[in-house]
Design a binder for this molecule. Structure first.
Ligand SMILES: Cc1ncc(COP(=O)(O)O)c(C=O)c1O
Length: 372
């Protein structure tokens, strides 16, 4: 039997030719934003020494002011992923439950499970395609320890109105629960509200510069919480000698200048999202459950076509070098019905998708009819 197709291996082998619509990465930030900072750090050979373990002070200040949470204490990690891991390890234990959703960014659920806790996944694959305060309230039981609020939500692109964030934050406060607010895609969401504004003692805000600043490959992000809670989580830090210095310098340069370029990045992203929706509308049997997306990705539902998302992913990648993701790693209940497409990319990538997707759907549909 032949080995299953390894999409990531294939995509990395063809890295330069691939249109990366697969990991919600951002390919629109002007490269000069971080190039000078990286050049300078390399010229000074800063990689030879350890960074200040607590993080570059200006970077920490920029994170604080970017989030607009003056009372909170930010902590740097190697990407938001490491922050999520630390939070789960530090705050959850066997028997605890976390109110979460399906679909979701399931890596967080895995970290919850590693801590012996259990995600209680509310099915949100129907309008409004996100949690609601009422549903959260109803899901809380004696073992509930945390609410997971990913806003905007990967993969659906749904976002939370300010009043809903407030209502969920108030539940966390009233019921003495922690609120894990993952705001990785915050900059793409108009009118975004941070839960920490309403429940500063209970909220742990996990942030990242991977997506808004286009720095995914450098692996830097972090969390921010009350000084007491940050201290508690920081005990689980394995990166005792500090976060990669080149990543810190790049993040500092990006956050220093973000307000000068983020508007254009978000504008282009939204236009791309509209184009992708238009393409999906033209393909019989497909639909976009959440539109417009409040993030830089969307789900295209294929259920009515009867085609498997894995087959669509493979055909798009192998034949057209367009990389989107099959939904199975984002939803145990519904992953078999959708692909996720991200779109902070140059318009040329989006046009490659626009040409390839209808063709792939026609080819696979014809093949499945012939096989019957
Ligand atoms: C919701 C969510 N949180 C966190 C992350 C991890 O980001 P980072 O690159 O900062 O580790 C991702 C990455 O896709 C994400 O979608």
């Amino acid at each position: 039997m032949s080995a299953p197709f390894d999409a990531f291996r294939f995509a990395h082998e063809h890295r330069r030719e691939v249109a990366w619509l697969s990991q919600n990465t951002n390919h629109l930030v002007p490269p000069e934003v971080v190039r000078a900072a990286l050049d300078e750090a390399i010229a000074e050979r800063r990689y030879e020494g350890y960074p200040l373990a607590s993080g570059d002070p200006e970077l920490l200040e920029l994170v604080r002011s970017d989030l607009g949470l003056p009372g909170a204490k930010p902590f740097l990690t190697s990407g938001g992923t490491e922050a999520l891991y630390m939070v789960a390890r530090a705050t959850l234990g066997p028997g605890d439950e976390v109110v979460a959703s399906d679909p979701s960014y399931l890596i967080i659920h895995r970290f919850v499970e590693l801590s012996g806790a259990r995600p209680n996944c509310l099915d949100i694959y129907r309008s409004p395609f996100r949690l609601t305060a009422d549903a959260v309230q109803a899901a809380i039981g004696p073992r509930t320890r945390m609410i997971l609020l990913i806003d905007p939500l990967n993969p659906l692109g749904s976002g939370y109105p300010r009043e809903e964030v407030r209502a969920i934050a108030e539940i966390a406060h009233d019921r003495h629960l922690l609120l894990l607010n993952d705001v990785t895609y915050r900059d793409f969401s108009e009118g975004h509200a941070l839960a920490a504004e309403f429940a500063p003692e209970e909220t742990i805000t996990v942030w990242s510069v991977s997506k808004n600043c286009g720095l995914a490959g450098l692996r830097i992000g972090g969390f921010s919480a009350s000084p007491e809670l940050t201290g508690r989580i920081a005990r689980f830090n394995t990166n005792d000698l500090g976060v990669n210095i080149l990543a810190q310098m790049a993040a500092r340069a990006a956050l220093r200048s973000k307000r000068t370029w983020i508007g254009e990045v978000v504008g282009r992203t939204r236009a791309n999202g509209r184009r992708i929706h238009e393409v999906a509308r033209e393909v019989p049997g497909t639909s976009v459950p959440v539109s417009p997306s409040r993030a830089n990705m969307t789900v295209i539902d294929l259920a009515e076509t009867g085609l498997r998302p894995e087959a669509v992913q493979e055909e798009l990648l192998r034949r057209h070098l367009v990389f989107v993701r099959a939904g199975n790693y984002l939803s145990p209940a519904h992953g078999g019905r959708f692909v996720r497409v991200s779109f902070s990319n140059p318009p040329s990538d989006i046009e490659r998708f626009a040409r390839a997707f209808p063709e792939v759907m026609r080819t696979l549909s014809a093949r499945s009819v012939a096989a019957r």
